[in-house]
Design a protein around this ligand. Structure first.
Ligand SMILES: O=C(O)c1ccccc1N[C@@H]1O[C@H](COP(=O)(O)O)[C@@H](O)[C@H]1O
Length: 232
């Protein structure tokens, strides 16, 4: 698909160091995710999240990620991290997700979901979601494990924006963006040295590959036909 002027949004998730947050902003990333899920090795304490938040450049979203946290935990995290967007990755229902007065993304594990998972079903289940994060893991599992998302499993009738996640890394994100044309892409393990510790070179290459996917039109043989950025 050719989408001149369209820019695939980029979210880096599971940051735990102020330097990584700063670099994400400098690279032009649209959002950084701070994780408050108990099951995550990238979990940050609410007080630490405040420092990370303060390291962020203006006009970049902070996404606070939860997985079956209590109402009090979500409220405490919001008070410290001051997110612009929430992401719920567990069994939370729409009523829970919208309780906090902030827009939210619902994380959905696509593995094993089968053809019964349609956009219509998702939109009906989460009518107030701003969008969805379609991830490569199975239902009920945590993300951040690098499990590759199966592009063929994406419901064809998604009418709200969706963010593609799961096993993305610099070497495969170009193909994933070209194949799925998502609203955005989300990466955690694919840009890190170890859980929560991001690698500057991988972060940079990931952004470059997404930008490259956005600016080219490929011919039938997958050769570069035209680049919207440089006119080649
Ligand atoms: O990253 C985590 O630790 C995590 C824990 C619990 C729920 C979601 C989590 N992360 C989300 O999963 C995607 C994909 O991760 P990866 O790139 O495959 O490692 C990540 O972007 C987060 O949104």
């Amino acid at each position: 698909m050719v989408r001149p002027l369209f820019r695939t949004r980029i979210k880096f998730c599971g940051l735990t160091r102020a330097g990584d947050v700063r670099l994400a902003g400098e690279l032009g990333v649209d959002a950084v995710g701070l994780i408050f899920a108990a099951r995550s090795p990238r979990r940050v304490a609410p007080q630490a999240a405040r420092g990370l938040r303060d390291a962020l450049a203006p006009l970049v979203d902070v996404v606070a990620l939860f997985m079956d946290n209590s109402v009090d935990e979500v409220r405490e995290a919001i008070a410290h991290a001051r997110p612009t967007l929430l992401q719920f990755h567990g069994g939370e229902d729409d009523a829970f997700c919208r309780k906090f007065g902030l827009p939210y993304l619902k994380g959905i594990g696509l593995r094993g979901a089968g053809a019964s998972l349609s956009g219509r079903v998702l939109h009906g289940r989460y009518p107030h979601a701003a969008g969805f994060v379609l991830d490569g893991h199975g239902a009920g599992e945590a993300g951040g494990s690098g499990q590759r998302v199966d592009i063929a499993a994406i419901p064809p009738d998604m009418s709200k924006p969706y963010v593609l996640a799961g096993g993305l890394q610099p070497d495969n994100v170009f193909a994933a963006v070209r194949a799925a044309s998502p609203w955005g892409v989300d990466v955690s393990s694919g840009i890190e040295l170890e859980p929560g510790i991001k690698d500057g070179a991988l972060m940079r290459r990931f952004v470059e590959e997404v930008r490259r996917a956005d600016c080219v039109e490929l011919g039938e043989d997958n050769d570069l036909k035209e680049c919207y950025a440089c006119g080649r």
